[in-house]
Design a binder for this molecule. Structure first.
Ligand code: HEC
Ligand code: HEC
Length: 312
């Protein structure tokens, strides 16, 4: 703030306070004792007999005003308020913010310290680590992968045992730290519409499904020629490229015939952003532990469900 503004604000503020004080003093002087029956009125009359009285303010009321004036002056002396004058206490909101964030950082550092030098594998076994991982997950990942981590079309389910890029502790850490980009180009140009139908028929046959149109035998030949390089000759995918397994019933971009046709014809692209720079190594490890913990719990759940299913 320039010193011109400081002078203006200081003079303006203090003049206001002086004005108010003078007003209070003037009111007090005017305040005579009530002189019996005749009370002064403002002369306003409503409904023939409703008059507006002009009684002076009671003394205690004026006293309250005076206290606010004194409070204001003391406040302006102690705290910043008059332009650039910082106040006698030397308090500033920036200092307070800094102190409070340092305290918060210290608390976080204390909370995270026990996990500092441990590997992802160790952290997966520790419920306290997974608990912190869950909080980090909800803040950083839930917008894309869902608060239950079960994903959505285009965003993989992290709670199952099926992995695009691989599910070892090292790989999951790597995925979260540096991000991943899965790119599958569209094939309509190369295959033509009927070619897309043939390959679609073959891809669906891999997971035991049938479509009315398309020749799966023709599609199989095209698949070996164009797709096997990434998805493997048997269609089981390639975690190094993030190419999904096409023989199971887990579909990243939706498992309807229309969705799979669109994937083959127009291509798809999935981008998992990198988090190492923003979150640091320890938090990424805790996140990996949380995600891996989900896999095992969900796996156990699924296995129990399958068991219940067969025993029925
Ligand atoms: C360059 C490697 C590459 C080639 C070649 C390729 N794909 Fe893909 N494909 C991928 C990747 C990577 C993904 C996952 C895209 C993503 O991450 O969003 C994918 C996704 C898919 C999906 C969706 C799977 C799901 O779970 O939703 C289908 C279906 C598919 N590909 C079929 C094919 C067919 C059919 C061909 C051949 C005509 C083919 N791909 C050729 C890399 C490839
Ligand atoms: C902007 C959306 C977005 C955010 C935020 C995001 N992800 Fe992802 N994530 C994706 C997409 C899309 C993919 C799939 C990439 C592909 O197509 O191969 C993915 C893939 C993954 C995978 C690999 C899954 C597999 O099957 O191999 C993991 C693990 C993962 N994310 C964890 C996380 C974690 C943990 C966070 C939070 C720190 C996070 N993601 C935040 C979009 C996101």
């Amino acid at each position: 703030m320039s010193s011109g503004w400081t002078v203006f604000i200081t003079v303006f503020t203090l003049a206001n306070i002086a004005g108010v004080t003078w007003l209070l003093w003037w009111m007090r002087r005017r305040r005579g004792e009530p002189t019996g029956a005749e009370v002064e009125t403002t002369g306003h009359v409503w409904d023939d007999d409703l008059r507006e009285l002009n009684n002076p303010l009671p003394r205690w009321w004026l006293g309250l005003f005076l206290i606010t004036v004194i409070f204001g002056l003391v406040y302006l002396a102690l705290y910043p308020g008059l332009g650039n004058f910082g106040g006698l206490l030397g308090w500033s909101q920036i200092d307070q913010y800094r102190r409070q964030s340092e305290q918060a950082e210290a608390v976080i550092a204390r909370t995270l310290a026990p996990f500092e030098s441990r590997s992802v594998t160790e952290l997966v076994e520790d419920p306290a680590a997974r608990h912190i991982g869950r909080k980090l997950y909800l803040n950083n990942c839930a917008t894309c992968h869902g608060s239950d981590a079960r994903g959505a079309p285009g965003f993989p389910n992290l709670a199952d045992d099926d992995w695009l890029w691989g599910g070892t502790p090292e790989i999951v850490y790597e995925t979260i730290a540096n991000g991943r980009t899965g790119v599958m180009m569209g094939w309509r140009q190369v295959l033509g519409d009927s070619g897309v139908e043939d390959v679609l028929a073959y891809v669906l046959s891999l997971s035991g499904r049938k479509v009315p149109a398309g020749d799966p035998a023709l599609g199989a030949r095209k698949f070996q020629e164009l797709c096997a390089a990434c998805h493997g000759q048997d269609g089981r995918g390639n975690p190094q490229l993030g190419a999904p397994n096409l023989t199971d019933d887990v579909w990243l971009h939706g498992g309807s015939v229309a969705a799979i046709r669109k994937t083959i014809a127009d291509g798809r692209q999935g981008e998992m952003p990198a988090h190492l720079e923003r979150l640091g190594e320890l938090r990424v490890k805790l996140l990996a532990a949380y995600v891996l913990g989900l896999g095992t719990e969900a796996g156990a759940e699924a296995r129990t469900a399958a068991h219940v299913g067969t025993s029925r």
